[in-house]
Write a protein that binds this ligand. Structure first.
Ligand code: BGC
Length: 858
């Protein structure tokens, strides 16, 4: 479903509440018959026989009817065999679709915890939350690789490493499915950007797919026995995922022997016959393509075999029979929609994931008894930011913001000063300072041609719903012309926003400063210009609404003046300041990419605050790395929160005041700039592209002006594989995170020789050498210097979170199986081990591995 966050909320409230009520009524009637949560039972001949018997009762048309969903979130019922519809809910951060629920930490946060047992617990809680709502299928986890920090859904996914993703996905899935709920691993496959997601054709070689992008899916199927897989929107080497013979037939259902349901993402089916013949079993949310009109003739004329249709239906039947969906109501009153136990799991997740990236001079933890006044500033301080935007956006019952979390823990003796610190976007558009007002020329054509009608106004603020003018469908393109004068010298921010699908570009003195050109690009765009005192610039904004109505805003404002006087004075008055910045659902979410820079105004906020008070802690929300260059050297402490779920505020307070010792470790390499990320040269192939606006017909998306091919020419060099192979260093490496204590590693034991293909046990000691209890993540990387193929310098192949009291030592043993030493042989098309020398490294990040030993595989 391509949804703006507005649309997501709308759909949430419209069908969520009513259906929940219906579900509750239905449940009330069946309470007596309810069975408690049951783990799925393995296939049996009885199930097979029953599935075939059910199939035998259906006509071809009835079978085809089962290949498409209904009512947004259900499989279709068949009255002829008393088959009810089965209910789905979005995930992966909470059971999202059916009313308020517990919001767990997002995938990036879960990965930062490096704790498979936590993933299992969250999976179990999600399974219980699903049963409390009668949900049969949970649409999660999301396991795509964080190839680039700007990809809009990294926060839902996990990490940049396939081994870490696989380890966590397996536990999450087993947790969900242990409660009698089908988990759905998504988005299969290579959905590593939101930009142009329906049309982007990912071009990746097989080795890159097998080693980087497929292992988490493979483990989900072969180790966790996930019972649903969701295809992605994008194309892979020329075919949409829903019709990819390679991904669906050869790999998923062939090599991995996936026995259950392969569903499409919402409106990710593009061709009836191609999807039917290439492994898609269920088109969601409805049968636009896999319907009787298209498939009956195809079966009759032999382009689709009836046995292929039967296979799809049998997969659905087997799954529902295995889970006993026909034998007991899915609603389980042993679980409740609001659960204190779930809140504890969400809090555990937030605590484990928060990552301390900088702590100069042991600035943290703060001694609460010494703090008299604390200023809590920034747009992300309140209300709570629990997750990003899109179909994973959960409505939690009682989220704890950073403001309330800190105030609660600090108690009545600490004076708390709170200010958002920045205006809202509407404030910027509503209080412009255009010289002599704005001239608006509206054109009846989409391309600024034909006779225009000219009018005058004083602001460009139609972005705010309260300013929306009556819809005039004759307005197809609009040109705003005005000028802006700088009162004083400095940096000025040009800020523009429009609806997703609309197109605009803003020229200052004929230079393009900000633009929205992609069909799915809806993040406010900002750019900085340097101006001299008294300088006047010409401003021209060309805007093309995608649907009737003007939803566009534009403002220019002195960057430093954006920060409120209140925030500056609160910062100056406090002993210590927390500035909570980062992304939120409108700026990072599904169907569009985010920026690498912080959203507009936030860098300026941190600069102004640190100028007023250097005792400043910055907290970040975001799915991965963020540009910190403007202020990092001015702040003593930096915490990455990713999206911590509904209990984030409590966990932040506990970390700041030392009630919880931080233990999160980066699940991605944290780059200095977007340009230094290894995917950057291949991500948006826009260099030298045509930047003129394209004409669109109403109802059609704005045309992307880039070639939609995305070449994965970074190949295996994703994240730390690139950094460690090139010997260069990101700002903070993958696996890195500070603690209030210190750890040491010793006594590495690796056999000198082993047989290729055997399991190799590696052991070592981890000691807490500091004075407080804490947790360390011991990370094991394998290098293969004698490989015939070129391999990344090191690859994560084992890890363990070790909890240690002060002074305590634990002996850790990690087993390395054949895959830990293998690479994908491109000519033989299989996993291969080259006998010879391997190096085992153990440490606390991808760049800090104090223990090293060699091993020879015969
Ligand atoms: C998303 C899926 C989601 C589905 C149903 C799509 O837009 O990509 O992740 O499960 O909508 O809401």
């Amino acid at each position: 479903m391509k949804l703006s966050s507005k649309a997501v909320l709308k759909s949430f409230f419209s069908f969520g509440a009513a259906s929940q009520l219906r579900a509750l009524l239905a449940c009330a009637l069946t309470l007596a018959a309810v069975a408690s949560a049951q783990a799925p039972v393995p296939d049996s001949s009885a199930i097979e026989a029953k599935a075939h018997a059910m199939l035998a009762k259906l006509t071809l048309e009835q079978k085809i009817d089962l290949l498409g969903g209904v009512d947004g979130m259900f499989t279709r019922p068949v009255s002829a065999i008393d088959l009810p519809r089965f209910k789905m809910s979005d995930g992966p951060l909470g059971v999202r679709t059916w009313g308020s629920t517990t919001a767990y930490p997002g995938g990036a946060a879960l990965a930062a915890a490096w704790d498979p047992a936590l993933a299992r617990k969250i999976g179990e809680s999600l399974g219980k939350d699903a049963r409390a709502r009668g949900v049969h299928f949970l649409l999660g986890p999301g396991v795509n690789i964080a190839r680039s920090p700007v990809s809009g859904r990294n926060f839902e996914y996990l990490s940049e490493d396939p081994y870490l993703n696989a380890s966590l996905a397996v536990q999450y899935i087993q947790g969900v499915q242990s409660q009698g709920v089908v988990a759905t691993v998504k988005h299969y496959a290579l959905n590593n950007q939101e930009y142009n997601r329906h049309n982007a054709d990912v071009q990746a070689d097989e080795r890159t797919m097998r080693e980087i992008y497929l292992p988490a899916f493979e483990a989900a199927v072969t180790k966790a026995h996930v019972d649903a897989v969701m295809n992605s929107y994008n194309l892979i080497n020329g075919s949409h995922a829903t019709q990819s013979e390679f991904l669906n037939l050869k790999v998923l259902k062939g090599e991995w022997a996936f026995p259950s349901i392969l569903m499409s993402d919402w409106d990710a089916t593009y061709d009836s016959v191609a999807a039917a013949n290439n492994g898609l079993d269920l088109e969601m949310p409805n049968a636009r393509f896999m319907n009787a009109q298209a498939l009956l003739p195809a079966v009759k004329n032999g382009t689709v075999k009836e046995s292929a249709i039967d296979d799809k239906v049998l997969r659905l039947f087997r799954t529902i029979l295995r889970y006993g969906f026909l034998d007991h109501p899915q609603f389980d009153p042993a679980n409740s929609t609001y659960s204190v136990a779930d809140r504890a799991v969400a809090l555990k997740g937030a605590r484990e994931s928060i990552t301390l990236l900088k702590n100069e001079g042991k600035f943290l933890p703060l001694d609460v008894s010494k703090v008299k006044t604390i200023a809590i500033l920034g747009p992300n301080a309140y209300p709570a930011i629990t997750g990003g935007g899109g179909s994973s956006e959960v409505q939690p019952f009682e989220p704890v913001s950073i403001l309330t979390g800190i105030a609660n823990l600090a108690g009545p003796n600490v004076h708390v000063l709170y200010s958002r610190g920045l205006p809202t976007i509407h404030d910027v558009f509503d209080h412009p300072n255009w010289q002599g007002g704005v001239q608006l020329a509206t054109f009846p054509s989409a391309d600024f041609t034909g006779e225009s009608t000219v009018s005058h106004q004083w602001r460009i603020a139609d972005y705010a719903p309260q300013n929306w003018a009556p819809v005039d469908s004759t307005l197809r393109s609009l040109r705003y012309t005005t000028s802006f004068k700088a009162e004083k010298a400095g940096k000025y921010m040009v800020l523009a926003a429009a609806d997703g699908g609309d197109a605009y570009k803003v020229l200052i003195d004929d230079k393009l400063i900000v633009a929205q050109v992609s069909a799915e690009n809806q993040v406010p765009q900002s750019g900085l210009i340097d101006m001299k005192a008294g300088q006047t610039v010409a401003v021209v904004a060309d805007y093309q609404p995608h649907s009737p109505g003007i939803h566009f805003g534009l403002g220019i404002t002195n960057d430093a003046d954006l920060v409120t006087e209140e925030a500056k004075s609160f910062a100056a008055a406090a002993d210590v300041v927390v500035v909570a910045v980062g992304f939120n659902p409108p700026t990072e979410g599904e169907s569009y990419d985010r920026t690498f820079n912080l959203p507009w105004g936030q860098d300026a906020l941190i600069e102004a605050v640190t100028a007023a008070n250097p005792h400043t802690i910055v907290t970040l929300n975001g799915g991965g790395g963020i540009d910190t260059r403007r202020w990092l050297d001015k702040v003593p402490a930096l915490l990455h929160l990713y999206y911590p779920g509904q209990e984030g505020g409590t966990a932040v307070a506990e970390v700041i005041f030392g009630k919880h010792n931080p233990e999160g470790k980066l699940p991605v390499s944290f780059d200095r700039s977007w340009e230094e990320n290894p995917s950057a040269p291949f991500y948006y192939p826009i260099k030298g592209a045509d930047t003129s606006l394209h004409v669109t017909e109403p109802g059609q998306p704005a045309v992307d002006y880039v070639i939609p091919h995305v070449k994965y020419d970074d190949k295996l060099m994703v994240g730390y594989r690139y950094w460690t192979t090139t010997g260069k260093h990101p700002l903070y490496p993958f696996g890195y995170g500070l603690s209030y204590t210190t750890f040491s590693f010793a006594n590495l034991q690796v056999p000198a020789r082993a047989a290729s293909g055997s399991t190799v046990s590696v052991s070592f000691d981890v000691t807490n050498t500091g004075s407080v209890a804490g947790a360390e993540v011991a990370q094991l990387y394998v290098s293969d210097p004698s490989a015939k193929a070129s391999r990344p310098e090191r690859e994560l192949k084992g890890f363990e979170k070790v909890r240690l009291t002060a002074g305590e030592t634990k002996h850790v043993t990690l087993d390395l199986d054949a895959r830990a030493f293998s690479y994908w042989d491109e000519s033989a098309h299989k996993w291969t081990i080259d006998p010879g020398k391997f190096v085992i490294r153990v440490g606390d990040s991808s760049e800090s591995t104090p223990l090293t030993a060699e091993l020879t595989l015969n």
